[in-house]
Design a protein around this ligand. Structure first.
Ligand code: AOF
Ligand code: ZN
Length: 365
């Protein structure tokens, strides 16, 4: 493992803990020995470089830094990392990718170069972009990065004809799904899923993954006409819940949701459904950088129909369910022709004790 790979590994420990900031890792090396390392702390606390510099102390003078993102040169919630790097006497900085944040882009590099530091850009760039794929989309568009996740049988069903769905995927797949929830800023589900499964929609995992916080992702329920039961179990869980409606709901019902602890957003699309593009804008404005869409079929269908999905993670379990009426994962209208179907690129396969997961990115025209 080279030093940048070590920095990427450290960055991984910050994923899911530092939004809306990017997860960054930094390693400081002197005489071929690591003298300081660290990763981004929650917003308002130290950036990765500062954690590593504090660990290295005076020995940082004359050392080399490997960092997964261009060091910031602006005063944000914290002072510029470039100042700390220059003051510490670092002689050479390797960073994997520029920071697309307009207040940083190119300026971090320029600050280091003008201080006489040797700068190298691009080592493991692709991996560094991927680890912060949500951040990069968000900082460039103001919109959250959307991952559609579902588990299905080998014959493409998400439940039996009677609606039995617990469980199609195995324990290992489901444990990994909890780490996906932990990494996301928000989890989205439809009211049908809330009524049928009464899910908690919390991340139950990840102790020792850098995750010392008990941060829970925001829950977002898509509920066109206000069918969510105010006594649904998710309202009792830690973390915020937003219900997005596609119509104006009566005042007494509104009050019962508010009493249950929900935040309400009314975004009609003119057809008694939730205006999903407007919802993504709204969530982006609330600094939600990533959403994990967990279903059901109707919500996943609407998200694909609206062209809002960036990434897909599908768990396939070795079981055949059958039944012409049994639900498939992606409902909605769907593609009229194969030319209009949502093709994935950069696909990757992984295995969870007999289940297979396929991950890919939706090709955009
Ligand atoms: C770095 N190292 O570890 C991270 C960086 O408000 P602040 O001070 O926390 O700054 C947030 C911005 O800093 C964020 O939008 C991004 O451009 C950059 N994040 N920079 O040098 C880090 N997390
Ligand atoms: Zn910084």
């Amino acid at each position: 493992m080279d030093y940048m790979e070590q920095a990427l590994k450290l960055a991984g420990l910050a994923v899911g803990e530092v939004s809306p900031n990017p997860a960054v890792g930094a390693v400081i090396v002197k005489n071929d020995e690591i003298i300081g390392q660290g990763y981004t702390q929650p917003p308002g606390q130290d950036h990765a470089e500062i954690v590593a510099l504090k660990q290295a102390g005076a020995a940082a003078n004359g050392a080399v830094m490997y960092v997964t993102l261009e060091p910031c040169a602006h005063q944000g919630r914290t002072p510029p990392c470039t100042d700390a790097i220059i003051t510490a006497g670092i002689k050479e900085v390797h960073f994997a990718t520029l920071d697309d944040n307009p207040v940083v882009f190119g300026k971090g590099k320029a600050a280091l170069v003008s201080a006489g530091i040797e700068v190298h850009v691009g080592q493991h760039r692709e991996a560094a972009r991927e680890i912060n794929e949500a951040y990069f989309k968000y900082i460039n568009t103001g919109l959250p990065f959307v991952t559609a996740k579902f588990a299905m049988s080998l014959d493409g069903k998400i439940a039996t004809c009677t609606g039995d769905s617990k469980w199609i995927s195995n324990d290992e797949s489901r444990a990994y799904s909890h780490s996906l929830r932990h990494d996301a800023d928000a989890i989205m589900a439809g009211v049908g899923t809330v009524i049928a499964d009464d899910p908690k929609l919390t991340a139950r995992c990840c102790a020792g993954r850098g995750g010392t916080s008990h941060k829970q992702p925001l829950r977002v329920v898509i509920d066109s006409v206000g069918r969510t039961p105010p006594e649904a179990c998710l309202f009792g869980e830690p973390g915020r819940t937003i219900i997005a409606f596609g119509t104006q709901i009566p005042e007494d019902q509104r009050q019962s949701y508010i009493k249950a602890g929900a935040e309400l957003v009314e975004l009609p699309d003119g057809h008694n459904r939730v205006d999903l593009p407007a919802l993504l804008q709204h969530l982006g404005q609330q600094q939600v950088t990533s959403i994990l869409v967990e279903g059901g079929s109707a919500v996943l269908g609407s998200m694909f129909d609206a062209g809002l999905v960036d990434k897909v993670i599908v768990f396939i379990a070795p079981v055949i369910i059958g039944g012409a009426q049994a639900l498939t994962p992606v409902g909605g209208i769907g593609a009229e022709t194969l030319a209009k179907a949502w093709r994935l690129e950069k696909t990757r396969t992984s295995h969870f004790n007999g289940d297979t997961a396929i991950t890919g990115y939706v090709l955009k025209e």
